[in-house]
Design a protein around this ligand. Structure first.
Ligand SMILES: Cc1ncc(COP(=O)(O)O)c(C=O)c1O
Length: 365
């Protein structure tokens, strides 16, 4: 009997039977461009500051940490600006956990969440884990989402929670503020919590609006962010949200006590104090992102416009063999399961060169 068969004999919840866990490949190759990390790493001055902050915590490690992570919430509010205060902020171990807590508080059995695929693959998984139903909306053929279409679909489905991802993963494109406004209004009837997932916002082109400016007067709106991408801290697991203070109160009802460790809090606060240094590579990444879009266009592929640190591109006859060819050349990118398409993270100049020259060689054969 294999492990899968043994699993099926356990008294697992019926709704989890046959499901597959999140599983982006973790393969040890020289160039890792598959999960949209910041490949520049943590700069030395930030590393030293984090090391010192963590060392300072060790004396008190026998005690539980500040359950309210007050200093971190204050630092995150200051980073976001837009008139945010610590009352507006909530954080957890990655924005995935923030999203899970929102589903625990506002979703659950008998309720449904809604997303607009292709979008972040964790939304339906998080819904399933919390016993929340999930309905999928549709986009136009070019993957865009108009305010009219989104609002009409929300009215038809009357969901309890709506996920808008901007810039969207995997397509990379940001949504207009008009889409968020229209969806929020359309969600009035079902009192929907509207989550705008801005995990990649720091990489957007100048002038791309954040939904943060829409928060005043919209108590059901939540903007989710992360330190995993622009801040180069995916390994530290820090995500956060900005919303009306009562949304944080709702999440307090479901969070585990002391869910953010003292080490995590110290790391994140030190990182925020060194945000200039940590975010210094964002511009370099944007240059590589734009370089990928230009180069892929030049070789006859169809990259989507990107406001993120990755590029979604089509025009491939056999994406699986391109993915495999790149892997054989030591470059791991992402097959997101969309016909004719692949997704690649913008890395350092050298990593981007490795990807582009590997791809050119594969397409030439
Ligand atoms: C759109 C989007 N949201 C959220 C996340 C989760 O990030 P984290 O849990 O590391 O904050 C990711 C990670 O890839 C993402 O692409």
């Amino acid at each position: 009997m294999d492990q899968f068969e043994r699993l099926s004999q356990l008294p697992l919840r019926d709704d989890l039977r046959g499901q597959h866990p999140y599983g982006a490949p973790q393969i040890d190759v020289p160039v890792l461009l598959n999960v949209n990390e910041n490949t520049f790493g943590v700069p030395l001055d930030a590393k030293e500051a984090i090391l010192k902050a963590v060392a300072d915590e060790l004396d008190g490690l026998n005690r539980y940490p500040d359950r309210e992570f007050t200093e971190l919430r204050r630092a995150l509010a200051a980073y976001l600006g837009h008139g945010m205060t610590q009352e507006n902020i909530w954080a957890a171990n990655g924005s995935n956990e923030v999203l899970q807590q929102l589903l625990q508080a506002f979703g659950g059995p008998g309720r449904k969440a809604m997303g607009f695929p292709p979008t972040y693959s964790m939304y339906p998984l998080l819904a399933s884990g919390t016993g929340t139903g999930f309905v999928t909306g549709t986009r136009a053929a070019d993957y865009s989402l108009s305010p009219e279409s989104a609002a009409e679909q929300v009215r038809a489905q009357a969901p309890h929670i709506i996920f808008l991802c901007s810039p969207n993963n995997p397509t990379g494109t940001a949504l207009g503020r008009d889409v968020v406004e229209a969806v929020y209004e359309a969600g009035e009837a079902s009192q929907a919590i509207v989550i705008v997932d801005e995990a990649y916002m720091e990489f957007s082109h100048e002038g791309t609006p954040s939904a943060l400016s829409l928060l005043p007067g919209r108590p059901r709106l939540v903007v989710s962010r992360t330190m995993s991408k622009a801040f180069a801290l995916a390994g530290a697991r820090v995500g956060y949200m900005a919303a009306a203070p009562e949304v944080a109160d709702a999440v307090r009802l479901v969070r585990l006590p002391y869910h953010l460790s003292a080490i995590t809090q110290a790391t994140a606060v030190a990182a925020l104090r060194n945000s200039d240094s940590l975010l210094a590579n964002v511009e370099a990444i944007k240059i590589q992102r734009d370089r990928i879009v230009d180069e892929l266009t030049r070789i006859g592929l169809t990259p989507a416009p990107s406001d993120s640190n990755f590029v979604f591109f089509g025009g491939l006859e056999d994406p699986r063999s391109v993915w495999e060819g790149l892997l054989a050349a030591g470059v791991l990118i992402r097959d997101v399961g969309i016909a004719g398409h692949l997704r690649v993270t913008a890395g350092t100049e050298q990593e981007t060169t490795a990807f582009l020259s590997g791809l050119r060689a594969i397409l030439a054969t």
